[in-house]
Design a protein around this ligand. Structure first.
Ligand SMILES: Cc1cc2nc3c(=O)[nH]c(=O)nc-3n(C[C@H](O)[C@H](O)[C@H](O)COP(=O)(O)O)c2cc1C
Length: 179
């Protein structure tokens, strides 16, 4: 059973922050002490080696993790290789049946192999959000092209598509901290 948990993440448009908040809330409900860190905005705790478990996550942009969690991992690789860790991503491909497997391999399995010593006890692949009002004009056009097969041709594009499955996120965290 986990007692002290650090959840740290990188986000570009905010959906990963909400996923991380849900994870934190879930763990707190079962008695875990949680520190939640947005790696762009918050200070990283000084003694990360004191946590029983560190969960690191990111939204995916153009096939890549955001830069802040990548920097966090590179800067702390030695401690992270001796600590129990789990990683997760929030992305568009996870919402599409035929792209899920690729996403698992590219954003999670291959990702941890890139960092020698990093061996997550669990990975989480979570479907994210497309929030068209938050995007600049060129980004909106790019994303619409990227996901147009997922919208029936007769339907108008909605302003926002939220694929997040909160039960799946809660179950993932409950299983992780209870192990
Ligand atoms: C410009 C852009 C590029 C994206 N590229 C990918 C991608 O390569 N693969 C993927 O699975 N999802 C992709 N997505 C979907 C995001 O991963 C998804 O919107 C996620 O919820 C974003 O997380 P955030 O809100 O925390 O930034 C992209 C989204 C945008 C806006």
């Amino acid at each position: 059973m986990t007692r002290n948990l650090l959840i740290c993440y990188g986000t570009r448009y905010g959906s990963t922050a909400e996923v991380a908040e849900k994870m934190a809330e879930t763990a707190q409900e079962i008695g875990v002490t949680v520190d939640l860190v947005d790696l762009k905005r918050n200070k990283i705790p000084e003694r990360i080696q004191d946590y029983d478990l560190i969960v690191i996550g990111s939204g995916i942009m153009g096939g890549r993790w955001t830069k802040e969690p990548l920097k966090f991992i590179k800067d702390n690789l030695e401690v992270l290789s001796k600590t129990k860790i789990a990683i997760f991503v929030v992305c568009g491909f996870a919402a599409s049946e035929d792209k899920c497997e690729t996403a698992q391999v590219e954003y999670l399995d291959n990702f941890s192999v890139e960092f020698p010593g990093l061996s997550p006890v669990l990975t989480g692949l979570f479907a994210g959000v497309f929030d068209f009002k938050k995007y600049s004009f060129p980004v909106r056009a790019l994303v619409k092209r990227m996901i147009k097969q997922q919208i029936p041709p007769e339907e108008e594009f909605p302003d926002k598509i939220d694929y997040r499955n909160w039960d799946k996120i809660r179950e993932w965290m409950t299983g992780l901290v209870s192990a």
